[in-house]
Write a protein that binds this ligand. Structure first.
Ligand SMILES: [Zn+2]
Ligand SMILES: [Zn+2]
Length: 236
């Protein structure tokens, strides 16, 4: 059945334009291998990459100056080049067929940096209703749903709402971003969050202010731990 589907609709790799050699995936092995992944030398809390080797349990200056509400965040790869283009297509151009490829990266990152055992629920960073109407889908929700299915955990796209629509933050510094995001999220079903270990999922993390604001709302609602994974991390 799969062979037949492949013959009719060949999965063309968006990187090299050749038919993909990965089962049920679009990005071929060669292009997948070129994605720059984070490996070691990172902040224990936020996952920020630090140049040069670091001692065990290194915490970066940003996390020391301001402790994020999430307990740990990790990203699979660098938000640049090939991966940035794919994420952009997935988020804005409806390239939803890339979902499994992107969930592969999330799953790899999750299994490398976290224990699956304690995770109770997988929650996406929600979109505001207005944005949702404009865009028709929430890219983070699709990724979170896919990841939850892979690890056999409950997906919850309803307990957290984005109550304030924030404008683009690219021109703001970390402290301004945090201020801008304050109160942007609310937990509307705290009984589903209380005492749970929550895994937050988003496509890209930059300063971490969005994850921090969402994690803050979850902690306020009684979450035991909040972990976060994103497909990519931008340097800023
Ligand atoms: Zn390729
Ligand atoms: Zn840090």
């Amino acid at each position: 059945m799969r062979r037949l589907a492949d013959a009719i609709y060949p999965r063309i790799c968006p990187g090299c334009g050749e038919a993909s050699d990965r089962d049920d995936r679009h990005i071929c092995w060669a292009c997948f291998a070129q994605i720059e992944l984070f490996t070691e030398s990172m902040c224990e809390v936020c996952g920020r990459f630090v140049t040069g080797g670091v001692r065990h349990q290194f915490v970066c200056s940003a996390c020391r100056a301001f402790k994020p509400a999430f307990d740990r965040a990790r990203s699979a790869g660098h938000f640049s080049g090939f991966l940035r283009d794919r994420l952009h297509a997935f988020k804005y151009n409806g390239a939803l067929w890339l979902k499994d490829d992107l969930v592969d990266l999330l799953e790899g990152c999750l299994r490398a940096s976290f224990e699956i055992g304690p995770i109770d629920v997988v929650v996406p960073i929600p979109l505001h209703t207005i944005k949702m109407r404009e865009r028709n889908y929430n890219q983070a929700a699709l990724l979170a749903e896919g990841l939850a299915a892979r690890i056999g955990r409950r997906y919850d796209g309803r307990s957290v709402k984005r109550v304030v629509q924030t404008e683009t933050q690219t021109h703001l510094h970390a402290a301004e971003r945090r201020e801008n995001m304050r109160g942007a999220f609310a937990v509307v079903r705290p009984e589903w969050i209380r005492q749970r270990t929550v895994l937050l999922v988003d496509d890209v993390m930059t300063t971490g202010s969005t994850l921090d604001a969402c994690a803050r709302a979850l902690k306020k609602a009684g979450a035991r731990q909040v972990w976060a994974v994103t497909v990519a991390r931008g340097i800023r």
